[in-house]
Ligand binder design. Structure first.
Ligand code: ZN
Length: 221
């Protein structure tokens, strides 16, 4: 209840200090949104992409879920919440960039790595199996669950999600046309750094403008 009061006070502050400001963007935004980027981030309370990247309302279209996972393209009768939001961003909003934003100390990846931590959950266990092959590869290399292997899994999972984006035919088409770019980013919470996957070195490095996955072959691990 204490936090609810904090949220209400926060909204009051937003209204007074931002919404009612003369140059506030909502007048224009009421006519429609035109974000140029889709960000797919983790639901983790510490990794709000709008806050980290200091965005204004209308700047980014955001999907958040446990462990910032993009499942591969599947055209079946399931309820595909993530895929439908991706479809809207790409086909309707026509974003130019898609950023998958992974992060350190990810509880979702930790649960995936520890394997049994979420075994009895109703939905979470199934959701995380999208990244089961990534876990297998990481465990094959590291042999045990520790900070190093979890970090590797967070980064490899982010990259796998970028690769899964390319399994969507209309994403691949726009990439081939040169008007859609994919990015694998990683927020390192301890240092406050934003890293980007660099296709040339195949590593995550402090962000530069060249950290762009523009072709399918660039995303190969
Ligand atoms: Zn997370």
């Amino acid at each position: 209840m204490k936090d609810i009061q904090k949220f209400i006070a926060g909204f009051r502050n937003f209204r007074n200090e931002f919404f009612c400001r003369e140059d506030a963007p909502f007048g224009l935004l009421c006519k429609g949104q035109n974000p140029t980027a889709l960000v797919i981030a983790c639901s983790d309370s510490r990794t709000d992409p709008s806050f980290i990247m200091q965005c204004e309302p209308g700047d980014i279209f955001v999907i958040r879920n446990v462990a910032n996972i993009v499942p591969p393209y599947e055209c079946d009768t399931g309820f595909h919440g993530v895929s439908s939001a991706i479809e809207y961003a790409v086909k309707v909003l026509k974003v130019n960039d898609i950023i998958v934003l992974g992060h350190s100390l990810c509880g979702g990846i930790d649960a995936l790595m520890r394997d049994d931590a979420v075994r009895h959950t109703e939905f979470l266990n199934k959701w995380l199996t999208v990244m089961a092959p990534v876990r297998e590869e990481v465990m094959e290399h590291f042999g045990e669950v520790n900070k190093k292997s979890c970090t590797a899994c967070e980064m490899a999972g982010t990259l796998r999600s970028v690769q899964n984006l390319m399994t969507f035919p209309w994403i691949k088409k726009r990439m081939d046309e040169g008007n859609l770019f994919l990015h694998g980013w990683y927020f390192e919470m301890e240092s406050g750094q934003l890293l980007s996957y660099m296709p040339t070195t195949k590593t995550f490095e402090p962000l530069t403008v060249s950290g762009v996955l523009s072709r399918k072959e660039d995303a190969a691990e």
